[in-house]
Design a protein around this ligand. Structure first.
Ligand code: UD1
Ligand code: CA
Length: 456
């Protein structure tokens, strides 16, 4: 049967149990916000039929996802999940969708295939709503699913309203927080949700008893005991989920042919690509949209984010963000590549060198103790120990250009904007404030005088 399915994501809650001033849906797992997982899982869904209800920290949520095509609905006061859905409902009704899937934004995994199957099943059975349920050994914290003796779903009882004695013993089937609603059948029923419960909130889960009391069928589709569909409410939930996902990601890279030594201490984000034949040693962390290519060797204690590493060598304790390192280059130990660093083929960045928004062409070298910012270093140039590009005048940033084959002596300050020509040689200890033409020797330091000491 044909269904036209859209999505409402609930992301307005504060997440009191997380003990954080940030909205819970921005808490990260492997460097990526919870809500980012949900958005990515729905990438194939047209953005005009996905609504995200935000409230606590709404501005922060908007700004984290500012580059994306999203529709937000503001829930100024977080009066409960039922209230959140009712705010989105006018948009849902106006969209002409047959069904709407509601998801909790604190559950990063979205079982898209099962949601579609659930929607089809609701359509076939003429159900008003459906839900995915979990079977948990320890159901604490979840809404318990109460069924009749024939197995019909009757209602969901929230943790704070649940009493094992009153409800005939512990119930292990729980609400996963993944629902499908038939838009036409549910439109008049949503308004029946009240606050008559232990928390005084409008619970979305009251819709189950409302539907069942109205004699409308409800589909309760079991989803096993999967770790994946656990809601993340507390730091413990967050870290447990993160560890489960980390372990899974590391194993899948190992299976694919990546060498991960000391694998238990390697953290790899969900969007990182690593080619078989690359090698990493733990502990190390790789996040964001990084790509590590075949032949790359990353030693222990490195932190890498949003960077592309060709078949290069990164030695221990290097920190690399928003950068590109080409084949044959070596970086570290103790190097810092900040965003916009481009380390060319066979180039070398040594220990205690900080690079930002700078291109090093083929074979250029900066071996020790330098800051290279907003600069371009020509092929084969050699940057002596302690060289600093003075790129900031207190107001603006300026560029430094160093030609191919130039040699910059140790402890040189290059006061930008400044150009050092190809093959030029700058004497150690120079403070270079004017351009240096190709091929010349520049010495910009006080002349040494040796003065006889008076004999005492
Ligand atoms: C909810 C369900 C529970 C289910 C569990 C699954 C309700 C009442 N209970 O409980 O049956 O077993 O999820 O994980 O729905 N939110 C809003 N606005 C609000 C309140 C919450 O947008 O006013 C959002 C939160 O940001 C969160 C989601 O809704 O992403 C769920 O809220 P949460 O407080 O975590 O509900 P649970 O107690 O986990
Ligand atoms: Ca939750």
């Amino acid at each position: 049967m044909n269904t036209k399915l859209g999505y409402v994501l609930l992301a307005a809650g504060k997440g009191t149990r997380m003990h954080s001033d940030s909205p819970k849906v921005l808490q990260t797992v492997l460097g990526k916000p919870l809500l980012g997982y949900v958005f990515d899982a729905l990438r194939q869904v047209p953005p005009n039929i996905v609504w995200t209800v935000i409230g606590f920290g709404a501005q922060e949520v908007r700004s984290v996802f500012s580059g994306r095509d999203l529709q937000f609905i503001l829930q100024e006061e977080q009066l409960g999940t039922g209230h959140a859905v009712s705010l989105a409902w006018p948009e849902v009704e106006a969209s002409g969708l047959s069904h709407i899937c509601v998801l909790n934004g604190d559950t990063p995994y979205v079982p898209v295939d099962e949601v579609e199957a659930l929607a089809s099943m609701c359509a076939e059975e003429g159900a008003a709503m459906g839900m995915l349920t979990l079977e948990l050994e320890n159901p604490f914290g979840y809404g318990r699913v109460i069924r009749s003796s024939e197995g019909t779903v009757l209602r969901v009882v929230e943790e704070k309203d649940f009493d094992a004695v009153e409800h005939g013993g512990e119930v292990h089937e729980v609400n996963s927080g993944v629902y499908v609603f038939d838009v036409g059948r549910c439109s008049n029923l949503l308004a029946k949700i009240d606050r008559d419960n232990a928390q005084g909130e409008f619970y979305l889960t009251q819709m189950i008893s409302i539907c069942s009391e109205a004699g409308l069928p409800i589909v309760g589709m079991p989803f096993g005991n999967s770790e994946l569909l656990r809601g993340i409410n507390s730091p413990m939930d967050l870290v447990n989920f993160e560890e489960t996902l980390r372990d899974w990601i590391v194993s899948s890279h190992l299976h694919a042919g990546v060498i991960l030594r000391n694998a238990n201490s390697i953290v790899i984000g969900p969007d990182v690509e690593i080619e078989p034949g690359a090698e990493l040693v733990g502990p190390c962390e790789v996040y964001g949209c990084s790509r590590i290519e075949r032949g790359a060797k990353i030693a222990s204690h490195c932190w890498i984010k949003d960077s592309i590493l060709g078949s290069c060598q990164v030695k221990s304790f290097s920190h690399i963000e928003g950068s590109r390192v080409w084949a044959g280059a070596t970086v570290g130990p103790f190097a810092r590549l900040r965003p916009g660093s481009d380390i060319g083929q066979n180039a070398r960045i040594g220990n205690f060198v900080e690079v930002k928004n700078t291109v090093l062409h083929v074979g250029a070298k900066a071996g020790h103790l330098s800051y290279l910012g907003d600069s371009e270093i020509g092929a084969g140039a050699n940057i002596g120990a302690g060289t600093i590009t003075c790129n900031y005048d207190g107001v603006r940033k300026h560029r430094t250009e160093i030609g191919a084959g130039a040699f910059i002596g140790s402890n040189t300050a290059l006061v930008a904007p400044v150009v050092v020509g190809e093959g030029a040689l700058v004497g150690a200890g120079s403070v270079v404030t004017k351009d240096v033409p190709d091929g010349v020797l520049c010495v910009a330091r006080a002349r040494q005088t040796n003065i006889e000491r008076k004999k005492r």
